[in-house]
Design a protein. Structure first.
Length: 616
């Protein structure tokens, strides 16, 4: 084993940072989490002769990988191993000591808890692989089973344990599995020579004039929908937790009548995402990178967000945008055939991508969850690992985590959701560069500048998180037409500012309603439908009397009928109008707020609860 694997296994037993035989190992993808867990399993079974263990996994692919590792790496007799999932219904009452279960099979009819109870198990180790996947209402039921020891495995960052507040999902994982007891970051992985050097290349491109006009039209429609939603569902939005989209889903699912504003919001945001995903320049850059990797005899993985995006890369151009059954044009705003009419260059670049398939040196395979026969994904992995066969893997999210992918030289994130989890897992897919220590992996991340694509830079600073890696910013410079161009080094003004480098703007240069380029985290208060500012406490709403807050509340009420306001560290009040963060004024420090008098007199923040408790 690597030294880190020995360290992590030992620390789980000794409980240096958390309770003994409990905890979560947060380890970079590709470093060998499974082998470390096998060592924990080996020692625990040896120390507990009457104990049994369950390995919970999110997918069938991972179940098969664990079964192979148990037999081939750990040498567990096959008779001691049970399967729960993919048509198998083994249990501990059958005599097995290690049960590998897909999570949905484990929670269905409480199958895991039932087999533990039926077998009279008194000592049970639960290993939750990819544990961040088990935070939903259904899969979290896997933690209802009795256990005496638990180990969580994940490459996905949980929130900082020193932070004032964790998200509910992370709190749930920690409560059931234990604290993060061992961490191995990308930087540490490189220092220990577990991960080879790699380079991240962010490639920014511009929309065409026609695309930009369509994007602005859709953005205006989204803003109008958000305004209507805030006016209609103000109180419900206050009460619900989660993201804005999640709140809207809950409202729509529980509504007793039609919700046209919410439907419009989802319709126009989806059409806008599709417009950006299908941008002419994105296709041109993809073609450039694929052609270069093939010419250089490199292996490349192309990541998409949706199966439809992958299919558009491989379908004959004349069938794109048409119903596969009738052959008729489909009628949504962003269908391919209609886009061809608006952007002729897009049809030409799609044709060039299609022509790439007729090049003998271009040998792609596809990996996604939409195959009629799941065996095609197994073939894709096998063929991609064969040096004489496939050299390009076209994939969707299904490939991101928990699949042992053969090493690759190049990763191309053609379309990204902006998810931190996805980007970290994506890196892990390409960093397994075989036995050559001098081989440098490359990741290319494509994004449309000045669009929702650029959100990938808002909450995550690659320069800080991946300080050992080389990070480059490139720009796609178009030439004679929209489909020809070249990559060049980005200028300083073209490089998105990371969150940590946001400067505090001078409020003297801002008017109420101006776009705000500064930080947007801090103390939060709300404005009700009558224009009154308030905060929430354990006893309900506390209305704010401070004049600066009331002035801001008047503006919020006039603009959108109420809503939430954030006061950042500079005491600048900001809010969202539609999807744009805007400046709404300067207020006094949140610790000096005066509240509406009650029977106990005037309340100040200091006399009631601290700034930390308010989320400041």
């Amino acid at each position: 084993m690597y030294e880190w694997q020995k360290e992590a296994a030992t620390q789980w037993f000794t409980g240096e940072k958390t309770d003994t035989e409990r905890g979560i190992a947060q380890v970079v993808t590709g470093a060998g989490k499974t082998v470390m867990a096998l060592e924990v399993l080996r020692q625990w079974l040896a120390d507990h002769p009457d104990g049994v263990a369950t390995v919970v996994v999110p997918t069938k692919v991972l179940m098969h990988q664990w079964l192979e590792e148990l037999v081939e790496t750990l040498g567990v007799p096959s008779d001691d191993i049970g399967w729960l999932g993919d048509g198998h219904k083994d249990g501990f009452e059958g005599g097995c000591r290690v049960l590998v279960s897909i999570v949905n099979s484990a929670v269905k009819d409480d199958a895991l808890s039932e087999t533990l109870q039926a077998a009279g198990v008194s000592e049970h180790l639960l290993i939750a692989d990819e544990c961040h996947r088990y935070t939903g209402d259904t899969f979290s039921n896997v933690f209802d089973c009795d256990r005496t020891a638990s180990l969580g495995l994940s490459a996905t960052p949980l929130s900082d344990p020193t932070a004032d507040e964790r998200c509910p999902e992370d709190e749930m994982l920690v409560a059931n599995l234990g604290e993060i007891y061992y961490e191995l970051s990308y930087d540490e992985g490189q220092r220990r020579d577990l991960i080879p050097d790699f380079r991240i290349n962010y490639i920014g491109f511009d929309l065409t004039d026609a695309e930009q006009m369509a994007y602005q039209r859709l953005t205006d429609a989204v803003v109008d929908a958000v305004t209507d939603i805030e006016r209609q569902y103000q109180n419900r939005l206050y009460e619900l937790s989660g993201s804005f989209s999640r709140k809207l889903q809950v409202i729509r699912n529980n509504a007793d009548r039609a919700t046209p504003a919410i439907s419009d919001y989802f319709k126009y945001t989806q059409e806008r995402r599709e417009l950006v995903a299908d941008a002419v320049a994105r296709q041109a850059v993809t073609l450039e990178l694929l052609s270069e990797s093939v010419d250089n005899d490199q292996k490349a993985i192309v990541f998409q967000e949706r199966i439809e995006q992958l299919e558009r890369m491989v379908a004959p151009s004349e069938t794109r945008g048409r119903d596969v059954r009738t052959g008729e044009l489909t009628d949504t705003d962003v269908d391919r055939a209609q886009l061809y009419e608006r952007y002729p260059a897009l049809k030409r670049i799609d044709k060039k991508l299609e022509e790439l398939f007729f090049t003998a040196s271009y040998r792609p395979v596809m990996y996604h969850s939409g195959h009629r026969n799941k065996a095609w994904n197994d073939f894709a992995i096998e063929w991609f690992g064969d040096d004489g066969f496939a050299n390009v893997m076209l994939s969707v999210k299904a490939l991101i985590e928990g699949v042992d992918v053969p090493s690759a030289d190049v990763g191309i994130v053609r379309v990204s959701s902006g998810s931190i989890r996805q980007r970290i897992q994506t890196l892990g897919r390409i960093l397994r560069t075989g036995e050559d220590p001098d081989k440098q992996a490359e990741l290319f991340v494509l994004y449309a500048r000045d669009t929702v694509d650029a959100n990938i830079f808002e909450r995550y600073d690659w320069r800080e998180e991946l300080s050992q890696a080389e990070v480059r910013h490139l720009t796609w410079e178009t030439e004679e037409d929209a489909i020809t161009g070249h990559l060049r080094q980005a200028t300083d003004s073209e490089i998105p500012d990371p969150p940590a480098s946001q400067t505090i703007p001078d409020p003297e240069e801002l008017a109420q309603g101006d776009p705000y380029p500064g930080p947007s985290d801090g103390f939060e208060f709300s404005v009700d439908a009558e224009g009154r500012p308030f905060t929430r406490s354990r006893d309900g709403r506390k209305f704010i009397e401070s004049e600066s807050y009331r002035d801001v509340a008047s503006f919020i009420h006039a603009e959108k009928g109420g809503g939430s306001v954030i006061v950042n560290k500079a005491n600048h009040a900001v809010t969202f109008l539609g999807e744009s963060l805007v400046f709404v004024g300067v207020v006094e420090d949140p610790t000096d707020i005066e509240y509406q008098q009650s029977s106990g007199g005037s309340l100040t923040d200091e006399s009631d609860f601290s700034l930390d408790e308010m989320g400041g």
